[in-house]
Design a protein around this ligand. Sequence first.
Ligand SMILES: C[S@@+](CC[C@H](N)C(=O)[O-])C[C@H]1O[C@@H](n2cnc3c(N)ncnc32)[C@H](O)[C@@H]1O
Length: 222
Amino acid sequence: MPEFQVFFNDHTSNDFNTLFTSLPPERPYFATGVPGSFHGRLFPNSSLDFVHSSYALQILSKVPKELLNKNSAAWNKGRVHYASAPDEVAQAYSTQFAKDITTFLDYRAKELVMVGLMVLIMPVIPNGIPHSSLRTCAIFDFLGQCLMDMAKEGLISEAQMDTCNLPVYFALPKEMTQLVERNGCFSIERMEKTLPWARVDVLYVQACVMHLRAGMEGIVKL
Ligand SMILES: C[S@@+](CC[C@H](N)C(=O)[O-])C[C@H]1O[C@@H](n2cnc3c(N)ncnc32)[C@H](O)[C@@H]1O
């Protein structure tokens, strides 16, 4: 029976104690926590056989700086995301995503052994569908409108509202394919769809809110 060592990675601010206490006590692997951003190097050269990332690569390393520049066509005044924003805003997000994915692939290629495998699960938007029609993007729009209302009521300043942009990008499958091919460190063996929202009862508002809060609260608080 081979022995497995599993490295769990998250930001240094992650509560690794909660992670370790939630693991089954009788587990067929050794568990290790690895703090740090996956946008940087995390492991020694050729030290991993398998890499798995789940629902994390949509989170950008930073908000594209043009979004905060009043003189840029991508200035994102009054919004927190690119859904319903001018094309320049979506383009700035897409460019940042391309940089982040390329760095991610470069670093993981160094860390994986030559015959290593990687499985990435990430939210994407179907090819040919406008961003604004994606349910999650519509919810981000609502969040932006709530912040606008709070600014109008004086609870936050308009300047605070204007500096709030969610560093989250949903790529198109074909965009991801192009980035992997252009990077050249990996080949795609298989790409398939999952429907995570099918597991969330959207009519049950509380479930919807909890689902989004689990993924977004840390980002909004930053
Ligand atoms: C939406 S949660 C997904 C959690 C879990 N992988 C899952 O599938 O249920 C995204 C996780 O990625 C982590 N994360 C985001 N950006 C990261 C980065 N640059 N480096 C390491 N972890 C990151 C967040 O802290 C968070 O724990």
